[in-house]
Design a protein around this ligand. Structure first.
Ligand SMILES: NC(=O)c1ccc[n+]([C@@H]2O[C@H](COP(=O)([O-])OP(=O)(O)OC[C@H]3O[C@@H](n4cnc5c(N)ncnc54)[C@H](OP(=O)(O)O)[C@@H]3O)[C@@H](O)[C@H]2O)c1
Length: 293
């Protein structure tokens, strides 16, 4: 039976498709194949395919836009109704569900900076709120027999997805800003974990292949960093002398509040390598790819 990846051309979905298709018959759908919010069509297509595993990467990730009415409505559909629907379908078909959530379900303080898998979420923003509601739709079906892996992750970076509208990551935004500005303003707070999408895809595959117990997992690269730490490391690696100006979160006037601390502890499985090593590999691989082009 095949493995189905939803959002297969997104940033994470592209890597999952690459990793899973080396070992399994993998079917990858994105917006051009169908609108996942057309639940009737989605159910028909999935029932016809009969996947043993459904991996859902589709989400509404525009954190600030979630704060307004229209953004919240879209987030509710993709982040709550879709996992709710998929959980029911998987339960009915006996398929396993892998779904991704975020560190933004948590909000830490100076004295509480990191979070274990079993801690109770408490989000500061609407995006985190919808992702947590989506989590609950999955978790509550466990007692009825749903087999699931709920993977919380954060700050994804890596090769841009194959979708023509895939978002570029923080590091690529920093690099492109550095080509036009003399000084970059970067938030020197918000301690969290960066995660390289190929590492996350490989760890997801390992979770599946090792028959890990069902439940919640935190998969992020090792080491915590602020956005400022990450920008410093980026320009050090690229040997670029860029002036960085640290700012506090509240001085950026973003619509959604972000947690000052949202480090995810991985207490259950193999740790992923340090994000600095992953970042170095990302740029080495990117350089190799451009040599080939
Ligand atoms: N990005 C992060 O830093 C981050 C941090 C923490 C957690 N996560 C979680 O990790 C997961 C993967 O994130 P990601 O950044 O890889 O997402 P992404 O790049 O936005 O990928 C999502 C994919 O789903 C597709 N899609 C959206 N709406 C659709 C619809 N109605 N029908 C069919 N396809 C649709 C998107 O297509 P279009 O490109 O055409 O919209 C996109 O290709 C999500 O659950 C997210 O919440 C991400």
């Amino acid at each position: 039976m095949p493995i189905l990846i939803l959002g297969g051309q997104g940033n994470l979905g592209t890597q999952l498709t690459k990793f899973f298709s080396t070992n399994y018959v993998t079917v990858s759908w994105d917006r051009e194949d169908l609108d996942v919010l057309n639940f009737l069509e989605l159910a028909d297509r999935i029932r016809e395919l009969k996947p043993e595993l459904i991996i859902n990467t589709v989400a509404y990730n525009a954190v600030d836009k979630c704060e307004d009415k229209d953004g919240y409505a879209s987030a509710f559909q993709l982040n709550v109704k879709l996992p709710d629907f998929l959980a029911d379908l998987c339960l009915d078909m006996g398929s396993v569900l892998i779904h991704y959530s975020t560190d933004y379900v948590f909000s830490g303080t100076e004295t509480k900076q990191d979070f274990a898998e079993n801690e109770t979420p408490n989000s500061l923003n609407k995006y985190g709120e919808t992702k947590f509601q989506g989590e609950r739709e999955i978790i509550r079906r466990h007692s009825w027999g749903l087999r699931y892996y709920l993977i919380r992750t954060s700050r994804l970076f890596g090769p841009t997805g194959t979708s023509p509208v895939s978002k570029v990551s923080f590091f690529d935004i920093m690099l492109s800003s550095a080509s036009t500005k003399n000084e970059l303003i970067v938030v020197s707070e918000e301690l969290g974990c960066f995660t390289y999408t190929p590492d996350l895809a490989e760890s997801t595959l390992r979770l599946w292949e090792t028959d890990s117990p069902y439940g919640i997992y935190h998969l992020v690269n090792d080491g915590a960093a602020t956005w400022y730490d990450a920008a410093q490391e980026l320009f050090r690696l690229k040997k670029m002398a860029i002036s960085l100006r640290p700012v506090r979160s509240e001085n950026l006037f973003r619509t959604a509040r972000r947690p000052k601390f949202s480090v995810l502890q991985n207490n259950k499985v193999h740790r992923l390598r340090h994000w600095r090593h992953a970042l170095r590999e990302y740029f080495e691989e990117a350089a190799n790819r451009s040599e080939l082009n």
